[in-house]
Write a protein that binds this ligand. Structure first.
Ligand code: NI
Length: 187
């Protein structure tokens, strides 16, 4: 379940991969499945993790670095050296609780913007790890939240699409230089 890739949890002088921001088309395209998992896949996972830690994120999806592929990396406890990150390839949510919760979310692709989003409290996800082994994970709390947010990215969905409070959202987006036109309300 945990990543076998040795990655130090530290900020590099420069992230190995460049982030793409809201307004960029790549963030709105559905990502493609990996058909094989090899050294190249692991190299990508490593670079995505390094980028995530450098940019102060707790999750990152491949479309955010401009790659239209189904990979996400997650670390809900970036300050805990002993807690390894998780690499999820071709992840699929297999169960979501009816029990919902509200958590404030942010996104490396929409820097500065933080807004409340309602989602399921507990989830189950199936995926392949970076060695190609099939895995299942039950998650709750912040970890569940990050996984749902990142899998949304693989479907071209951004967290602002799920925000209920349109007034607060419009204010936040404008304040941080983003266009409300780039939101696709899905509720
Ligand atoms: Ni995001």
């Amino acid at each position: 379940m945990t990543a076998q890739i040795p990655v130090e949890k530290k900020k590099l002088e420069k992230a190995p991969l460049s982030l793409h921001y809201m307004g960029d088309r790549v963030l709105r395209q559905p990502a493609k499945r990996f058909t094989k998992i090899d050294e190249e896949t692991r190299r990508l996972a490593r670079q995505m993790l390094q980028t995530m830690y450098t940019e102060d994120g707790i999750g990152l999806a491949a479309p955010q670095i401009g790659l239209n592929k189904q990979m996400i990396v997650v670390d809900a406890q970036p300050d805990e050296a002993a807690n390894p990150p998780i690499v999820l390839v071709n992840p699929v949510i297999t169960a979501e609780s009816n029990d919902l919760c509200v958590i404030q979310e942010g996104c490396l692709s929409i820097p500065g913007v933080f807004l409340d989003v309602t989602r399921s409290k507990v989830i189950e996800v199936s995926y392949k790890d970076e060695t190609g082994r099939p895995q299942k994970l039950r998650a709750d709390g912040l970890l569940a939240r990050v996984i749902l947010h990142e899998i949304d990215h693989l479907n071209g969905i951004l967290f602002v699409d799920r925000v209920d409070n349109a007034i607060a959202m419009n204010q936040e987006l404008v304040k941080h230089g983003f266009s409300v036109k780039d939101v696709r309300q899905i509720k």
